[in-house]
Design a protein around this ligand. Structure first.
Ligand code: ADP
Ligand code: MG
Length: 249
């Protein structure tokens, strides 16, 4: 029997951005498949976060293309990119600390048009079901009534992942999701990402090599804005150039 070949969801080609002549990302290409956990690793300053900034429309590219399900993202603004199905989590969680877990998830639900509208509208069954399902996924079903600032650092990270998940993106991008997490929380986050990658692609930047080995289907090593090595983690780990610029340190 022929194995079904997975479709490419995100094709980044020749991506370049120049900040006052300095090319933070320089002719960078990458292909992410559906249901794939794709990890970008590399030394500080390599351009990893800037690649996510370019994909989500926070930064405009100088050259190159970003095709998401065949659609060119570099011509869309940030809101249009979110609506096209791309969710992005930043390094520091941006949650509403003075609201409960339930309210944070409620505000992120796509039908909630405005903050006030979301808080004062009747909470319908579909919304409550979506919040309950999402909370279970992110290990916070026992915390729905807890104000977000009482959560641990790891739980805050999960809440923000939940706030993206409830919007059901087809591509979820996460910048250093396990930084500052305990060993147990890292393990749970790995499980979480593997579970949510069934049905969507996940693009992760991470330094924790044990975590990367646990989750990665495919890896790109970035160095000085460029793609230095691409393939399975087993393959790139043995690449002498990768050992030289990153893993050897
Ligand atoms: P990484 O995430 O791999 O650590 P970054 O993408 O944050 O690296 O940064 C890559 C390089 O681009 C760094 O040298 C950084 O200082 C520079 N850089 C990133 N964003 C900007 C910006 N908006 N203006 C000028 N330089 C920037
Ligand atoms: Mg970074």
């Amino acid at each position: 029997m022929m194995k079904k070949i997975k479709d490419i969801v995100l094709a980044v080609e020749g991506l370049t951005v120049s900040f006052n002549g300095f090319k933070a990302v320089n002719d960078f290409s990458m292909y992410v498949d559906e249901e794939q956990i794709y990890v970008i690793i590399g030394p500080n300053g390599a351009g990893k976060t800037t690649v996510l900034d370019l994909i989500c429309g926070k930064t405009a590219a100088t050259a190159g293309s970003i095709k998401f399900k065949g659609r060119e993202l570099s011509r869309l603004n940030e809101n249009q990119i979110v609506r096209a199905g791309v969710g992005r989590k930043f390094q520091n969680p941006s949650i509403y600390e003075n609201l409960t877990v339930f309210e944070n998830l409620e505000l992120s639900y796509p039908q909630a048009r405005t903050a006030l509208g979301a808080l004062f509208s009747r909470r319908d069954d579909k919304l409550i079901q979506a919040i309950s399902d999402t909370a279970k996924q992110i290990f916070l079903d026992g915390f729905l009534d807890v104000q977000a600032d009482y959560l641990s650092h790891g739980q805050k990270q999960w809440l923000e992942i939940g706030m993206l998940l409830i919007q059901n993106p087809s591509l979820l991008m996460l910048d250093e999701p396990v930084a500052g997490m305990s060993v147990a929380e890292r393990q749970q986050t790995a499980e979480l990402l593997k579970r949510i990658a069934k049905g969507r692609s996940v693009l992760v930047i991470e330094h924790d090599m044990q975590f990367v080995e646990n989750i990665a289907d495919h890896v790109t090593v970035m160095h000085q804005g460029q793609s230095l090595s691409v393939g399975s983690i087993q393959k790139v780990k043995l690449d002498p150039r990768v050992i030289d610029v990153y893993l050897g340190h």
